[in-house]
Design a protein around this ligand. Structure first.
Ligand code: KG4
Ligand code: ZN
Length: 336
């Protein structure tokens, strides 16, 4: 029998809903991004984000049902991102999910946003375990060991800025508009690695730190301007991206080898980076590991990944009741 999951995602600046069949087959997805609005401010403004989610959420549901040509009655369960993220934004999705669950008497499945990013892969191919997931987004930089379906063991993470956050801040210094990640990535491909930047947190742990690297970029930019020199943006972007990809590849390699894992999944918005894809692909081919990236549309926030993760959580019996609340700092360890 087929299982249809309605996924809801509103943790940051995308209002999204999706219907996914059996955790693998996307029936329809709507993603309404607020990016253009937040771009005026150089980053996501939480109050504006939650207000726009409220304005958009019923519209997104209506468009989704129309696109899928389905009714809520035909859905088996409702999966929603309950955290982590911006609490005011999360709440809109959580309340919508609870309302639908109550009115239509459908099970409510809580999904951790990072589980969603990882399960974006299930939409394109079957996930093979054990695996290591490298989650790189605007809010996260995490190495996660998965022994089997829906079992998450966090083995490392950032001690300060997330990698996407560092990309966005560096982009701002280079006067590039938000979100800066794709712009830095594009510039880096045209530049040379000519600026002396540090390799951050170059130790034997699985943790990361990007705030020192970000500050080093800011200092170089400032000092060169003081001297009346102009910055070669392409070269600074390339030097920054090379440090980021080098340290991510090095620590991911260490994790794959120590945990004897032959499958790597790369997830989250920064997984769209061509520089990172190249560097990780080179590393995994050298050590005989197979590497999997979701396609670009599943890398950034979307509800198809939440519905996909929601299917596996649903099958394992994960349920929430109407007391479900948004959790800005929800942790993934353990799987719930
Ligand atoms: O996963 P996501 O859409 O939202 C969060 O959960 O944070 O990730 C957004 C982040 C932003 O920081 C954006 O600059 C970055 O992903 N990003 C990229 C690229 N595309 C998006 N970073 C580097 N290269 C890209 N091509
Ligand atoms: Zn995300």
């Amino acid at each position: 029998m087929n299982t249809y999951i309605l996924g809801i995602e509103s943790s940051c600046d995308e209002t999204s809903m999706s219907i996914v069949k059996n955790g693998r087959e996307e029936i329809a997805t709507i993603v309404l991004t607020q990016m253009d609005v937040h771009a005026h401010y150089g980053g996501v403004v939480p109050e504006i984000a939650s207000r726009m989610h409220i304005e958009n959420i019923t519209l997104v549901l209506e468009s989704l049902l129309q696109k899928a040509n389905m009714k809520v009655e035909e859905i088996d369960a409702i999966a929603v991102t309950y955290g982590p993220g911006l609490v005011g934004s999360l709440l809109v999705g959580v309340e919508a999910a609870k309302t639908l669950s109550y009115i239509y008497n459908k099970p409510l499945v809580p999904v951790h946003h990072i589980a969603g990013h990882i399960y974006a892969n299930a939409l394109e191919e079957e996930m093979k375990f054990p695996l290591i997931a490298l989650v790189v987004s605007g809010g996260h930089t995490e190495l996660i060991y998965m022994k089997e379906d829906y079992s998450f063991q966090k083995i490392g993470g950032t001690v300060d800025d997330a990698v996407g956050e560092a990309y966005d801040k560096v982009a701002r210094v280079l006067s590039l508009s938000y979100p800066g990640g794709p712009k830095i990535d594009a510039l880096a491909l045209q530049g040379k690695d000519s600026y002396p930047l540090p390799l951050p947190m170059n130790d034997s742990t699985y943790d990361f730190s990007f705030s020192g690297l970000k500050s080093a970029v800011i200092n170089i930019n400032h000092n060169e301007k003081q001297r009346g020199n102009s910055i070669i943006k392409e070269d600074l972007a390339c030097s920054f991206q090379n440090r980021v990809t080098k340290i991510l590849s090095k620590k991911t390699k260490h994790a794959l080898e120590s945990y004897h894992v032959k499958n790597l999944i790369v997830a989250g918005g920064v997984a769209a980076s061509r520089g990172l894809r190249e560097s990780l692909s080179k590393m995994t081919s050298e050590i005989g590991v197979s590497i999997h990236f979701p396609s670009m549309k599943y890398c950034t926030d979307n509800a198809a990944m939440i519905a996909a993760a929601g299917y596996f959580a649903y099958k394992l019996g994960h349920r929430a009741d109407l007391t479900l609340n948004a959790s800005a700092n929800a942790s993934l360890n353990g799987g719930k």
